[in-house]
Ligand binder design. Structure first.
Ligand SMILES: [Zn+2]
Length: 202
């Protein structure tokens, strides 16, 4: 039971923060952008499950890489990577509801910056690795996506393809996944070793 409680404590706050910012930014970009750029529609229904499956594989793969750097099996790491990679697409919500929208509002540097700052500040003591998990997941998702993006929204909704940099994006995702595992390992060492010393002294 305490294992499940520990897992929930590790995964629920970061995912809740991520979802809130994703939805908020989708709403803000939708309401502040010109209807001219509301050209985002949903991919065909039969293409959605394979895409979600592909994203889940990318997220789980990054999570497993991170646990290798952590040097411990850690389900919360794998859960966070998978959730972040898959749930970024929540910004398609208006088109799910049949409303044309700006294409992929959360696939933007603004979302990357705002979410990174909020996660890092709110969880800096409990989960210092969460910023690296998020950056890795964001880069991994972009590397798995095709099509066009407005990376610099809300400053400009000019759309362009990033297909040419998919490999560097995935390399960045792998690097940050390993960094997240490394940070978590360092923190675990700091917490566990002083306790062991205290027990030996008693
Ligand atoms: Zn996407």
């Amino acid at each position: 039971m305490s294992l499940i409680r520990g897992w929930l404590k590790q995964v629920v706050p970061p995912i809740a923060i991520f979802l809130m910012i994703d939805l908020l930014l989708t709403l803000v970009f939708f309401s502040t952008s010109s209807p001219n750029v509301h050209i985002g529609t949903l991919r065909p229904a039969d293409a959605i499950p394979p895409k979600l499956g592909e994203l889940a594989v990318v997220g789980a793969g990054l999570g497993i890489l991170s646990t290798l750097a952590y040097k411990h099996i850690d389900l919360s790491l794998i859960t966070l990577f998978t959730a972040f990679v898959v749930l970024l697409d929540l910004d398609h919500l208006p088109s799910v509801l049949g409303v044309a929208q700006p294409i992929r509002p959360a696939h933007s540097l603004a979302f990357l910056g705002v979410t990174l700052v909020v996660l890092s500040v709110v969880l800096r003591n409990r989960q210092p690795e969460v910023g690296s998990i998020f950056v890795s997941s964001f880069l991994g998702h972009l590397a798995a996506d095709t099509g066009i993006f407005a990376l610099f929204a809300p400053f400009t909704f000019q759309y362009f393809s990033i297909d040419a940099v998919r490999i560097p994006l995935m390399a960045g995702a792998v690097a940050f996944a390993l960094l997240a595992g490394y940070i978590k390992n360092k923190r675990r060492t700091r917490i566990v070793i002083p306790r062991k010393v205290a027990i030996i002294r008693v």
